[in-house]
Write a protein that binds this ligand. Structure first.
Ligand SMILES: Nc1nc2c(ncn2[C@@H]2O[C@H](COP(=O)(O)OP(=O)(O)OP(=O)(O)O)[C@@H](O)[C@H]2O)c(=O)[nH]1
Ligand SMILES: [Mg+2]
Length: 233
């Protein structure tokens, strides 16, 4: 994939506004300020494509980035930001849940971000439980790895699996730094694998409305079971 061929595509404030998937999607989830937008910028080699702020709660829409016309990167609003009112919190959780539960999406995987410096928050654990119950493929990315020294890092890596009850032994847990680029190559490889898999399975893309009009649904439409290569090996 050409990681230089990228663009911002759209921002949605309500999940009902999001059009049917045209490309496979990778969604980035995590608490506010964990580094989602920074990771997207680093991954795409762009300084300010996604808006980064030291003030939490900046991304309050679901933002779509187009990667080489092969993948949509989806920046979800960060959860767990205490200073917003209840109605805004409900809008956020409605947005995130609405997106993740939407069966018409071609969601290839979720990249769940957790700050490497601290044990996962209850909301991180809840989110991972939700992904696991929904059978959405996911990986864990541990952000801000540059902020720990070697012994702190070793200690965090030794504890993290026990702290995440819904993470299986085979789930990828990847230390990452948007500052020094650690983890970028591995994450790109995972995304390349996902794109290859999706290219071999075009039937997983939801039927577009104009196609649906031409080809009415028949009993032949079967449910497809998805197996992801490389994630459970
Ligand atoms: N040192 C270091 N700082 C980082 C890293 N990733 C993000 N940051 C900093 O953390 C802050 C928040 O980063 P964002 O990328 O805006 O976080 P976000 O998850 O998109 O936050 P919301 O949009 O509020 O959900 C910024 O000050 C970033 O510069 C990292 O890998 N290393
Ligand atoms: Mg953000």
């Amino acid at each position: 994939m050409n990681y230089h061929n990228v663009s911002f595509e759209a921002a949605y404030g309500l999940h009902q506004q999001i059009p049917l998937s045209r490309l496979p999607e990778v969604a980035f989830s995590g608490r506010s300020n964990v580094g989602k937008s920074s990771l997207i910028n680093r991954l795409l080699g762009r300084k300010a494509l996604a808006r980064v702020s030291s003030e939490p709660g900046k991304t309050i829409t679901i933002n779509f980035y187009n990667l080489d016309n092969q993948l949509h990167l989806v920046d979800l609003p960060g959860y767990g930001f205490a200073k917003v009112g209840l109605s805004e919190k409900q809008r956020w959780s409605g947005l995130i849940e609405g997106y993740l539960k939407d069966e018409k999406r071609f969601l290839g995987m979720v990249v769940q971000l957790v700050d490497i410096r601290h044990p996962p928050t209850n909301q991180d654990i809840e989110m991972i439980r939700f992904l696991s119950e929904m059978e959405i493929p996911f990986i864990i990315v541990l952000t801000k790895a540059d902020k720990l020294n070697k012994s702190e890092r070793t200690a965090r890596l030794a504890s993290i699996r026990q702290e995440l009850p819904d993470v299986g032994e085979d789930t990828v847990i990847l230390p990452f730094s948007s500052k020094d680029g650690e983890g970028v190559e591995q994450l790109r490889e995972i995304m390349d694998q996902l794109v290859s898999f999706c290219a071999e399975h075009p039937e997983l893309l939801p039927t577009q409305p104009e196609e649906a009009a031409e080809q009415p649904q028949t009993a032949e439409d079967e449910e497809v079971t998805v197996e992801y290569i490389g994630f459970d090996e």
